[in-house]
Design a protein around this ligand. Structure first.
Ligand code: ZN
Length: 159
């Protein structure tokens, strides 16, 4: 006779995986009140970040991620986080809500790219490094490569 306990039915988490982290990300992200779709994408991207990067962003009270509906009468208010002394100022990631209509790889790449800018404080990785190339390189390292230009364009006009 085989005795199965409940946890035998659940595949073991990958080594080093912190099962509390998903709930933590969700809770942390909820405070920013993103559009539901963008929240889901952002939670996924943040879950894929290396722990050191994720901790750097999540533990910074000066970090803010927000979204807005672009349009002729749009008023964008970017909430500023309260920078921690010596943390190098506040960091804001601003997402257009129209992004939710783009294709998944594009949305996730863009969020990862913006998070990379925040992580690098809009600098390059070293002196003379182009901040855009740096953000793309980090995003790709985290599993979110920049989609080919043609695909990116199609993503933007997708409805
Ligand atoms: Zn950029």
């Amino acid at each position: 006779m085989i005795h199965l306990r409940f946890h035998d039915l659940i595949p073991p988490p990958p080594p080093g995986y912190d099962s509390g982290v998903v709930a933590l990300i969700d809770q942390w992200l909820s405070a920013f009140r993103l559009d539901d779709h963008l929240h889901t994408h952002a939670a996924h991207v943040i879950g894929e970040l290396p722990k050191a990067v994720r901790d750097d962003l999540m533990n910074d009270p000066g970090f803010v991620i927000c979204d807005y509906e672009p349009g002729p009468s749009a008023v964008m208010r970017v909430p500023m986080g309260v920078p921690r002394f010596g943390s190098g100022g506040s960091r804001s990631v601003v997402l257009k809500r129209t992004l939710r209509r783009a294709r998944r790889p594009f949305v996730r790449w863009l969020i990862a790219h913006e998070l990379a800018h925040a992580y690098l404080r809009n600098e390059g990785r070293w002196d003379g490094d182009d901040p855009e190339a740096a953000a793309d390189a980090l995003a790709a390292e985290w599993g979110f490569p920049r989609p080919p230009a043609r695909e990116a364009w199609a993503s933007l006009i997708a409805r």
